[in-house]
Design a protein around this ligand. Structure first.
Ligand SMILES: [Zn+2]
Length: 270
């Protein structure tokens, strides 16, 4: 992955206050002409756009530190600067309008910290999950709450909401195929439901029974940090499950339309 892509990934996907280890190469990247692009939702345009942070001369304060040894720039001795801190506001401009997103970072010799984001991380991530709104109805707010809590470093609390969404999905299906889900073990409910339709992505077959276990252990046993570091994986799984539900819904819609057309012909032929 090239530098710009790596930076875009970090700036976009990591919640505020996470640290990202940087090498000297990264330092050089920021000290010269650089361009970072990312897809984000633009409020003014009302849709997803490419946002670009372009810096023709690099970040001045960092560049000033980098001219110490121009003959062997990569060999730069950073020792005296280890306490050095650069506070930089990266501006990302929408490719269609003049809307600007801000991501302030703190750069030191060993790492960089994203210490803010405007519009907020949670809001940005919320746009990504709007499509699930009709799939999980009132549990949609639990999903956005989970995202919000994670952005505030609350791992355990975020787990609670993911577990409730997972339970809701399985209970609803169990009720449809078998009956009341009350008092039935989760594993059993999942097994019964999956005999009728696929819920968990095929690629996660081996991990299938661990998902609920981890979500539950997260709430009762794991430490805050453990939940926090596990959260992105669990959020990914829940979103993958919801993607399958979206696909089913879309397919049903298409098939209904196909049936409607075929049946109208059948009526004509009678
Ligand atoms: Zn725009």
């Amino acid at each position: 992955m090239d530098n710009a892509k790596r930076w875009a990934d970090f700036l976009q996907k990591e919640p505020p206050y996470s640290l990202y280890e940087i090498s000297r190469e990264d330092f050089w990247f920021l000290s010269g002409e650089f361009e970072i692009k990312m897809d984000a939702f633009c409020d003014k345009c009302g849709k997803e756009r490419v946002f670009t942070c372009y810096n023709k001369e690099g970040i001045k304060s960092i560049r000033n530190e980098m001219v110490i040894n121009t003959s062997q720039p990569m060999q730069i001795n950073t020792k005296p600067y280890e306490s050095m801190e650069h506070f930089v506001d990266l501006e990302f401009i929408c490719s269609y309008c003049d809307n600007i997103h801000h991501i302030p970072i703190k750069v030191t010799v060993g790492n960089v910290m994203k210490y803010g984001q405007y519009p907020s991380y949670a809001r940005e991530k919320t746009y990504e999950v709007v499509k699930y709104k009709n799939i999980i109805s009132k549990y949609y707010t639990e999903l956005t709450r989970a995202i919000n809590l994670y952005s505030q470093k609350c791992g355990i609390a975020a787990f609670v909401h993911l577990r409730r969404i997972f339970e809701y999905l399985i209970d609803k299906k169990y009720e449809k195929y078998v009956g009341s889900p009350a008092g039935i073990k989760f594993k059993e409910k999942l097994n019964k439901v999956e005999k009728n339709e696929q819920v968990i992505p095929q690629e996660l077959n081996t991990e299938k029974n661990m998902i609920y276990k981890i979500l539950s252990k997260g709430i009762h046993e794991y430490e805050e940090d453990e939940c926090y570091s596990l959260y992105p994986a669990l959020e990914y799984i829940i979103k993958s499950i919801l993607d399958i539900e979206l696909e089913k819904k879309q397919r049903k819609k298409e098939l209904d339309e196909v049936r409607r057309k075929i049946n109208s012909k059948r009526m004509e032929e009678k």
